[in-house]
Design a protein around this ligand. Structure first.
Ligand code: BES
Ligand code: ZN
Length: 619
């Protein structure tokens, strides 16, 4: 039987794509490690959680695989670690070896060079982290929900894992890991790994992550942490004060997994649990595998903010399964995840809500784009020489999401869904950079359906600043209605009590508040507040939007609430824009400073850093 031309072509394409995508990645600027010469394939942690001294203390063992001949050194990343001793093994016995710890670089930390005989197959480093470790936070009891027991947690992304483990800290490579962790038995440790949910009171806990993951996904927390199962694959871990409300709020997590599997293939990490952190967690969420870390600020009581769970879950495909090779490629993690998140939300909560969330995100991006340095509006952003945290913005998220929505609209859902599913499968447990993604996109979408989207168009999305003129502009019918009522109220055609807010969801409120004009008067703000008690809103996103508006309009009415908000929340996205507006507005500096001084001790070092920089700039 002769082979049809189509199949011959397909085979050629396959060959072409595998040869092209075998291209080497650009080197990761943010690591000192010699991961292109020798890699650790598995690590074992043996750590004690020492709350008294705010230290993790113990050892890490690396199983080594040589990629080149004649390598006599293993170079690891560290930051602010005390290194006690390094041993090597040839698989039979251990002996001490020499090492050198270089001077600390502000961005990359201190390079640790370990002398390696040719027959060494394992390296073991004895060390402790310091209280100021950038990737750990040690909370006093008062900073927790229960106020009685201390709590600690890690935040390793982007380059903070090195502040609590000497490792090759690059998303270009992967390790499996095991860990033995000892802790005060009433301050249970958990990790981003398989672990027995049954409370094990002998104070020693074992963890195992058999799938290879990038180092930024290794995570640990310890505290008065309790467990509640939600469904066959999902559970919450939280302080007892938050356990029930979290389990209720996030009860749809299983439905989210089921939807995502239908779209993008099997969930590959067995179980999916949520760890609810104390309010000082600087992020909304962090996609640590099997165990996403989640801010308690999204427990709103009405599931209005659960897109965050969809987001962290989506990372189980985009990010954790297929990983950005360097931090320049963050949009491959976050843009894809924002897109997948929204698809999950559409499946579970319907199109109306999904479109509102798209529209809010797109509007947020538009506002951010005019403020950012031009270079930082590029998807494939240049971050060499900078801490990835300093280049953080909505661009990789929402511009990335809009790019994928653009492709979806051009090629049609069926083709684009098939493309994405195949992309996740073809790169499962691998890293990929922008250059190789573009080759893959060419081979599997652009050239497969020629004449729809040009290569130049794709390059303009990925390499040019701002948004292409034909970028999707999500349009929500629900918001069109809100817009109408808003206009009528502003024109005094109706008064506040006549705005039809009865059926408004949190999203409609956010749209309404975010789109009030700069000309709005204090009298009008007060009228709204009298009618809807927005200042006292217990929804943290609504409160944020309302406080921001009042700061920008110089309305001191909200000051008291502002103080309690800033003191009780440490999530960067919610507090940093408020400080920024306060300082830019030239609001009562003494008041702002006093609020910050009161709130600062409760913030994560990352949040402290962001706000400190704002005060520095305002001087
Ligand atoms: N992985 C990110 C958090 C992150 C990004 C940490 C870059 C360090 C460097 C996480 O998945 C995330 O995007 N969180 C968002 C959630 C949101 C977009 C739904 C957050 O924390 O706000
Ligand atoms: Zn994310």
């Amino acid at each position: 039987m002769t082979m049809p031309l189509r199949s011959i072509l397909a085979v050629c394409m396959l060959f072409l794509s595998s040869t092209i995508s075998a291209d080497k990645f650009d080197a990761d600027w943010h690591t000192y490690s010699n991961y292109q010469d020798i890699v650790s394939t598995h690590i074992h942690l043996d750590l004690a959680v020492d709350f008294k001294n705010k230290q993790l203390k113990g050892s890490i063992t690396h199983d080594l695989k040589r990629l080149k001949k004649g390598i006599d050194r293993l170079i690891l990343d560290t930051r602010d670690l005390d290194i006690h001793k390094v041993e090597i093994s040839n698989g039979k016995s251990w002996k001490e070896t020499t090492f050198e710890l270089a001077r600390r670089d502000d961005v990359k930390g201190s390079k640790l060079s370990i002398k390696l005989p040719m027959n060494a197959t394992e390296v073991k480093v004895y060390y402790n982290s310091r209280p100021e470790a950038s990737g750990l936070q040690w909370l006093s009891p008062i900073q927790t929900a229960g106020k009685k027991r201390p709590f600690m947690f890690s935040q390793s992304q982007a380059i903070h894992a090195r502040s609590w483990m000497p490792i090759q800290d690059t998303p270009a490579m992967r390790v499996s890991y095991t860990a033995t962790v000892s802790s005060d038995p009433t301050l249970r440790p958990i990790m981003s790994a398989e672990n027995d949910p049954k409370w094990n009171k002998n104070g020693i806990y074992k963890f195992s992550m058999p799938q290879p993951i990038p180092t930024y996904l290794i995570a640990i927390a310890a505290g008065n942490i309790h467990y509640k199962s939600m469904s066959k694959q999902t559970a919450v871990y939280a302080e007892p004060e938050l356990l029930e409300s979290a389990a209720k709020e996030f009860e749809d997590t299983q439905a989210m997994i089921d939807s995502a599997e239908k779209l993008y293939g099997k969930y590959r990490w067995t179980d999916y649990d949520l760890l609810i952190l104390p309010p000082s967690f600087p992020f909304g969420g962090m996609e640590n595998p099997r165990l996403s870390f989640i801010t308690p600020t999204v427990i709103a009581g009405d599931k209005s903010l659960v897109s965050l769970i969809a987001h962290e879950l989506a990372h189980s495909w985009s990010g954790n399964l297929v990983t950005n090779a360097t931090w320049r490629d963050l949009w491959l993690n976050e843009g894809f995840t924002s897109y997948v998140e929204n698809r999950i939300m559409e499946e579970v909560f319907g199109e109306r809500r999904a479109v509102m969330e798209q529209a809010l995100a797109a509007q947020g991006l538009d506002e951010e784009l005019v403020e950012l340095p031009k270079g930082d509006t590029i998807l494939h952003v240049v971050i060499e020489g900078r801490d990835p945290d300093d280049a953080f913005s909505g661009v990789p998220y929402t511009k990335g999401q809009l790019f994928l929505m653009y492709l979806e609209q051009k090629f049609g859902r069926d083709r684009f869904d098939a493309f994405l599913k195949k992309y996740f499968n073809d790169h499962a447990f691998q890293s990929i950079d922008t250059k190789n993604f573009l080759v893959y996109l060419d081979n599997n979408l652009l050239n497969k359906y020629p004449g729809i989207v040009s290569k130049e168009k794709v390059l303009s999305w990925v390499k040019e600043p701002m948004l292409p003129v034909d970028a999707p502009k999500p349009k929500s019918d629900a918001f069109t209605l809100v817009e109408k009522s808003k206009k009528a109220w502003l024109a005094s055609d109706i008064n506040a009590s006549q705005i039809p807010t009865k059926k408004w969801t949190v999203h409609e409120w956010l749209y309404f508040i975010n789109n009030l004009p700069k000309t709005i008067t204090h009298v009008q703000l007060i009228a709204l507040d009298n009618e809807f008690s927005l200042t006292q809103s217990t929804n943290n996103e609504i409160a944020h939007a309302w406080l921001l508006l009042n700061i920008k309009q110089g309305n001191p009415m909200v000051n008291e609430r502002l103080e309690s908000y800033m003191v009780s929340i440490g999530r960067r996205k919610l507090i940093v824009p408020l400080y920024k507006a306060l300082l830019e507005k030239g609001s009562n500096y003494k008041f702002v400073k006093a609020v910050y001084m009161k709130a600062r001790p409760g913030y994560h070092p990352l949040a402290q850093g962001s706000v400190d920089a704002l005060f520095e700039k305002a001087k």
